[in-house]
Design a protein around this ligand. Structure first.
Ligand SMILES: O=C[C@H](O)COP(=O)(O)O
Length: 267
């Protein structure tokens, strides 16, 4: 299968955020089926990285399965504490994620910003906590419909990413996810051109904050009502390197189809 790994060298990244869905038994069945599906499709795993982000309680099961069967599926957590250890009831340390071989952690998802009152300062602290333990943060930014009407598409995501990277060292390994809040779970995705416009602005922020080399290497994802039917349009954009998928990541066939976006490119 022809790959569309871009001339820029960034490996496309398809990430499934399960949110609060699928328990540890369901996670095992899901990851097994996903791996079989991707293998059946003869996906070249050098050409695309596929990761799932299950609830914390699933991570040990997913780790065991992936390690035992050497499955070509990566995994990460949906949140991390800003603290290392101690009296923080309900929190999960980056050290614990690293101990489970999590490569990634989602930080600053709009649901955490809105429902759990996470502000830019806390997001920035969590980014540093993840990097401290060598877990790559997937930093989520995005504007609400009101922000869009008032400030246009880029202003709020740019401000959020600038704040999230405050104090982060040059060359840090990060992933950025642009998720317009109005597109999440709404069935109304941004257009590929809208996503590209904001992704380009976010890449400039990465360059300004942690350096041009890091900006060239950083994957910027689009998220918000991504499906197999619209993924190709996003993947054609020069600054969009993948997708953070919510609802559609809970259906093995659909998530596998999104991961095989190469087969939709050109259609
Ligand atoms: O993290 C994923 C996003 O919230 C997108 O969710 P969605 O694909 O259900 O719109």
């Amino acid at each position: 299968m022809a790959q569309v790994t871009k001339a820029n060298g960034r490996v496309p990244f398809i990430a499934g955020n399960w949110k609060m869905n699928l328990d540890h038994l369901q996670s095992i069945a899901f990851v097994q089926k996903l791996a079989w599906s991707l293998k059946d499709a003869r996906l070249d795993f050098d050409g695309v990285e596929v990761a799932v982000f299950p609830p914390f309680t699933d991570l040990r099961s997913v780790q065991t399965l992936v390690a035992a069967d050497k499955l070509p599926v990566k995994y990460g957590a949906q949140d991390v504490s800003a603290h290392d250890a101690g009296a923080f009831t309900g929190e999960i340390s980056g050290a614990f994620l690293k101990a489970l071989d999590c490569e990634y952690v989602i930080i600053g998802h709009s649901e955490r910003r809105t429902l759990h009152m996470e502000d830019d300062a806390l997001v920035a602290a969590k980014v540093k906590a993840a990097l401290k333990y060598d877990v790559t943060p997937v930093i989520c930014v995005g504007e609400t419909a009101e922000d869009l009407a008032e400030h246009g598409p880029s202003a709020v995501p740019v401000a959020q990413l600038t704040a999230a990277l405050e104090g982060v060292g040059a060359g840090a390994d990060i992933v950025v996810a642009y998720e317009p809040v109005w597109a999440i779970g709404s069935g109304q995705a941004a257009t590929p051109e809208q996503a590209e416009q904001v992704a380009a602005a976010l890449r400039a922020v990465v360059a300004e904050s942690i350096g041009a080399d890091a900006a060239a290497a950083t994957r910027i994802l689009y998220g918000g009502s991504v499906k197999s039917g619209n993924i190709a349009g996003f993947m054609r954009q020069p600054n969009v390197d993948g997708a953070l998928v919510g609802g559609a990541s809970l259906d093995v066939a659909e998530f596998s189809s999104i991961s095989r976006f190469q087969s939709h490119v050109g259609t």
